[in-house]
Design a protein around this ligand. Structure first.
Ligand code: PBG
Length: 326
């Protein structure tokens, strides 16, 4: 048989491969999750996330400078709230002097151009470790969205560029958008965790924030991982309600959803490579079973190939350092 088409010609060497490569990763692809804690001089490693830390705000300032110097321009801020400030209603979540609000102001003072996105959900503030207000063992929807909208407003007032609701209550995007508009925050963006699945891959994150649910699980609000069409329903509704960016979460086990969503919406699509995904790579690499950097880059590229426009990842710094060497 004659070989008129020899596909290997385009794989002959790195030069030709790089010329015909279909997808590229750049520093602009990444959102960097950050964990803040109260106190001073604190940089504590998260046990189940080797190489990842919780910072007090004074040290987080240095981290912001370092990220900016590397070319990373966007952070996704989470806070670990002292137990004494937790209740069922998320009262601390809307405190203008809360850790989140002070954190946003610090970042904006340090690096005004840095795009600050804030996590909006009650779990770090909840005495039950749930994303909303609990009544008779159920997470009540509409009372929760009221608080979430106020929380988003208080983040906007502190200077957040985007709020990022990760709670999965119904109608929360509209509630937030309406309140932000009414209060004059017309340009505050919403990045919605639209297709967020009830996943066991969030384990290390809940260690990081001490936010594991005190009873039950999150399956009455986060999505069933067996479902595909439901993700489209969620993202379409969030776009209608005013989301500027939609997200799929977790990442690697949900690449089919990333592709479906990218094909369905006319807004940018983000994916979150979550804590458990990070932990798996770290653990296998520590054992010498996988090549850390190679696996990391292969996974990050998989998100781009699947259709993600933005990737929230704990590997952002590592990846950017590698990319800058090429
Ligand atoms: C909670 C929230 C979670 C994550 C981001 N926001 C955990 C959860 O839903 O229990 C997970 C992030 C990660 O695992 O990296 N609103």
């Amino acid at each position: 048989m004659q070989h008129l088409r020899r596909n290997r010609r385009l794989r002959t060497n790195e030069t030709i491969r790089s010329i015909v490569r279909e997808n590229i990763l750049t520093v602009n692809d990444f959102l960097v999750p950050l964990f803040a804690v109260e106190g001073e001089g604190i940089k504590e490693e998260i046990a189940s996330m080797p190489g990842y830390y919780r910072y007090s705000l004074d040290l987080l300032r240095n981290e912001i400078e370092e990220l900016w110097a590397l070319g990373l321009k966007s952070v996704l801020l989470f806070v670990k709230v002292p137990d004494a400030l937790k209740d069922n209603k998320g009262t601390e979540a809307i405190n203008p002097e809360g850790l989140m609000q002070r954190g946003v102001r610090m970042i904006k003072e340090t690096r005004p151009e840095m795009l600050v996105m804030t996590d909006v959900a009650l779990d770090p503030y909840s005495s039950y470790g749930h994303d909303g207000i609990v009544e008779d063992g159920y997470i009540i929807n509409d009372e929760t969205t009221d608080v979430l909208a106020k929380m988003a407003l208080s983040h906007a007032r502190a200077g957040a560029d985007f709020v990022a609701p990760s709670d999965m209550m119904d109608g929360r995007i509209f509630a937030m958008r309406a309140l932000l508009e009414a209060e004059g925050f017309k340009n505050t963006g919403i990045m919605s965790y639209s297709a967020k699945y009830a996943s066991a891959f969030y384990g290390p994150f809940r260690d990081a924030l001490d936010s594991a649910p005190g009873f039950g699980d999150k399956k009455t609000y986060q999505m069933d991982f067996s479902n595909r069409k439901e993700a489209i329903k969620e993202v379409m509704m969030d776009v209608e309600e005013g989301a500027d960016i939609v997200m799929v979460k977790p990442g690697l086990s949900y690449l089919d959803i990333v592709r479906d969503v990218q094909d369905a919406v006319d807004v940018p699509v983000a994916v979150y490579q979550v804590s458990g995904e990070y932990a798996m790579v770290k653990a296998a690499a520590e054992k010498g079973w996988l090549d850390h950097d190679a696996v990391m880059m292969e996974q990050l590229m998989a998100f781009k190939r699947a259709g993600a426009n933005l990737i929230a990842t704990y590997f952002a710094k590592d990846a950017v350092k590698l990319l800058s060497q090429n």
